[in-house]
Design a protein around this ligand. Structure first.
Ligand code: AMP
Length: 196
């Protein structure tokens, strides 16, 4: 069976979530956003939500142990057997190592890591417009700091593995979608399904 495993990497405000949901629909694969899972858990008042709330509100990463089992369970669900897009995971090197082991274990693979690159000043501008609860100026600054400190090492990690593709995330939405779809079709065997 053909599978399409994609990771979307990039700072907050780069357009990961928006692009991931468009690409997920085009390729009929689930869009798995850990941020969204956590926000839903917080809204529903579940145990996970209670544990995650303060971290998310402060713009810090939630502890890995809250995320890892959740990713394992999600990738083992039936709709994820033909592919998936991970948006917001992995966020640090331990999570990336966990994912590599997990994919080996469940006999799956990530074909491309799509790294959306956008300048910090444009990110702040976009995030302030979005107006999510964790999109106030102080939290935005912390999230960018956390990204540069903890998530950017993944760029080198995936570059070494030969799966990293960097795409400029600053142009209009459709231009970025087109660029992403081109990379995906050239690096995976899903090229026939790219009709933008
Ligand atoms: P996002 O929607 O991806 O910007 O994530 C929103 C918030 O959820 C982040 O600022 C973190 O607090 C938390 N979060 C999302 N994904 C992860 C992850 N993989 N590891 C730790 N925390 C996460």
């Amino acid at each position: 069976m053909k599978t399409l495993g994609l990771i979307f990497l990039g700072p907050p405000g780069a357009g990961k979530g928006t692009q991931a949901s468009i690409i997920a629909e085009k390729f009929s694969i689930p869009h798995i956003s850990t941020g969204e899972i956590l926000r839903n858990a917080i809204a529903s008042g579940s145990e996970l939500g209670k544990k995650a709330r303060d971290y998310v509100d402060r713009g810090e990463l939630v502890p890995d142990e809250l995320i890892l089992d959740l990713i394992r369970d999600r990738l083992c669900q039936s709709d994820a057997q033909k592919g998936w897009i991970l948006d917001g995971f992995p966020r640090n090197l331990p999570q990336a190592h966990f994912l590599a082991d997990l994919l080996g274990e469940i006999n799956q693979a990530c074909q491309c890591v799509l790294n959306l690159e956008v300048r910090d000043d444009l990110l702040v501008e976009r995030l302030l417009q979005r107006g999510r609860k964790d999109d106030n100026e102080e939290t935005i600054r912390r999230r960018l700091g956390v990204y540069h400190e903890q998530t950017t090492p993944l760029i080198g990690y995936y570059q070494e593995q030969g799966t990293l593709y960097t795409v400029d995330g600053s142009p209009d939405l459709e231009v970025v979608t087109q660029a992403l779809a081109q990379v995906i079709s050239s690096k995976s065997n899903f090229n026939t399904e790219v009709e933008i």
